[in-house]
Design a protein around this ligand. Structure first.
Ligand code: ZN
Length: 451
């Protein structure tokens, strides 16, 4: 089966940043086979489905490297708090979550991600109350319903407040239970094949909610299972102070000593990294999920993305959980990244094309999928966003990439995952949006009522 996207401004995000003002992309059986300038060759058009992309910007599908999908049910809480106070306010609510509620929240969060150009969803789920059912399975189910590619993680917390951690004791698991469940999730859901729709990584939550034992053993477990590792790191000055007081180390030193730097690891946030930490991330190939909106919402600070990129660190983009980023739209994070990084390092330090690259190839590197997704190149999966830039928001704009990186988020003409259209003319094509919205509203009410 062949599909051709034709006539749009193609930003391939290949290694040299090739762009075609009016180009074409040919897709055969879900894989990109040709990317070029001008119209498609006549012999290629026979029996093909043609997507007319005139007036559109064609980019790789965006890749989200950090989220907590269940938080879709807890938007609007603790609006003016910093991280530790915000977490403390929300833990009691989150610890009432179960698989059914997570399924509804995840579908809502992923529908909004898809509607904002996201084709690959990274999730970090770390709260598993007793008797809450198969939460990872529920997330996998919702990803299939929406049609996105999923990088689930089996997260965990085992350091309750009575042991010096931040979460209340009722929100944590035992170290052994967390490790056993992490292994079981990988064995049940992780698929490492080319074009896989579900990967699973192992993801203890953060240095202030997890014991050193769990971090060390989770790293060994992930490596024995050949899956990636993920956690939160260096998000706030309070975390720095916690690590200094408790371990006498920076978060980076602490994590490195536990086996947590490496090219199979990615960390969320990395706002407070000193020069030495950036050097260690670069030397080890450790990836970073940059979450500008969430960092702004919680006033955590601005991550040193320019310095990370110059050092060669893989950097992707993340919306983070919707409790600290009620938008949940990945498309607008490109603009947030451009604006925030310019505030930190100057107007010429981070271009719209830097933003697009971080949101696509950067994310692919961070998730270890750079051979399969992240750019429009022959041999890669047809995960493609076709953005309308000829509507009232953008008609006449000099540069279509600036429409995405500086302007309003453009509506989607099409969003393809492995060649399958999951968004058509700005709306989800795989599920009924009003039904998902009703389910989210009911689940949010139900969770609030459990408190
Ligand atoms: Zn997070």
């Amino acid at each position: 089966m062949r599909t051709i996207i034709e006539g749009g401004f193609v930003a391939s995000v290949d290694p040299v940043g090739t762009e075609h003002r009016a180009g074409h992309v040919v897709i055969d059986d879900g894989v990109i086979t040709t990317v070029g300038a001008g119209p498609t060759a006549a012999e290629q058009r026979e029996d093909a489905e043609i997507i007319d992309a005139r007036g559109c910007l064609v980019t790789p599908g965006l890749i989200n490297t950090h989220h907590h999908l269940y938080q879709w049910l807890t938007r609007g809480y603790a609006q003016d708090a910093i991280l530790f106070d915000w977490l403390t306010a929300l833990y009691p609510l989150w610890s009432r979550i179960d698989a059914d509620l997570t399924r509804a929240g995840a579908a809502g969060a992923m529908a909004v991600l898809a509607r904002s150009g996201c084709t690959t969803v990274g999730d970090h789920h770390y709260i598993f109350p007793k008797g809450s059912g198969d939460i990872v399975g529920a997330i996998v189910e919702s990803a299939a319903r929406v049609g996105v590619r999923l990088h689930a993680t089996r997260g965990s917390m085992d350091l309750g407040a009575s042991q010096g951690g931040l979460p209340p004791d009722f929100a944590v698991e035992t170290t052994d239970a967390a490790l056993r469940a992490s292994e079981a999730s990988v064995e049940q859901w992780h698929d490492a094949s080319f074009g896989s729709l579900v990967h699973v990584a192992i993801a203890p939550c953060s240095p202030f909610s997890v014991t050193a034992d769990l971090l060390r053993e989770a790293a060994m477990l992930a490596r024995s299972l050949d899956v990636r590792l993920h956690t939160h790191a260096s998000e706030t000055v309070e975390e720095d102070a916690y690590c200094a007081e408790r371990f006498g180390k920076t978060p980076t030193q602490y994590l490195e000593d536990l086996g947590w730097l490496g090219d199979d690891v990615w960390m969320a946030h990395c706002v407070h990294l000193d020069e030495r930490a950036i050097e260690r991330y670069a030397a080890t190939g450790t990836g970073v999920a940059h979450c500008p909106s969430s960092n702004g919402r919680l006033a955590a600070g601005i991550a040193p993305v320019r310095d990370l990129l110059r050092a060669g660190v893989p950097v992707g983009l993340g919306v983070d959980g919707a409790a600290s980023n009620e938008s949940g739209q990945l498309g607008i994070e490109i603009r947030e990244a451009v604006l925030m990084n310019r505030l930190r390092t100057g107007a010429d330090s981070f271009s719209v094309r830097d933003g697009l690259r971080v949101a696509t190839m950067g994310g692919a590197r961070v998730l270890g999928r750079d051979a399969e997704i992240g750019s429009l190149e022959p041999g890669k999966l047809a995960d493609i966003a076709v953005w309308r830039v000829d509507g009232v928001e953008h008609a006449g704009i000099l540069d279509p990439v600036a429409a995405l990186g500086l302007g309003a988020m453009p509506p989607l003409h099409r969003l393809l995952v492995g060649g399958r259209a999951i968004v058509v003319d700005g709306e989800l094509a795989t599920a009924e949006e009003p039904i998902i919205a009703d389910e989210v509203a009911a689940a949010s009410r139900e969770l609030a009522a459990r408190l």
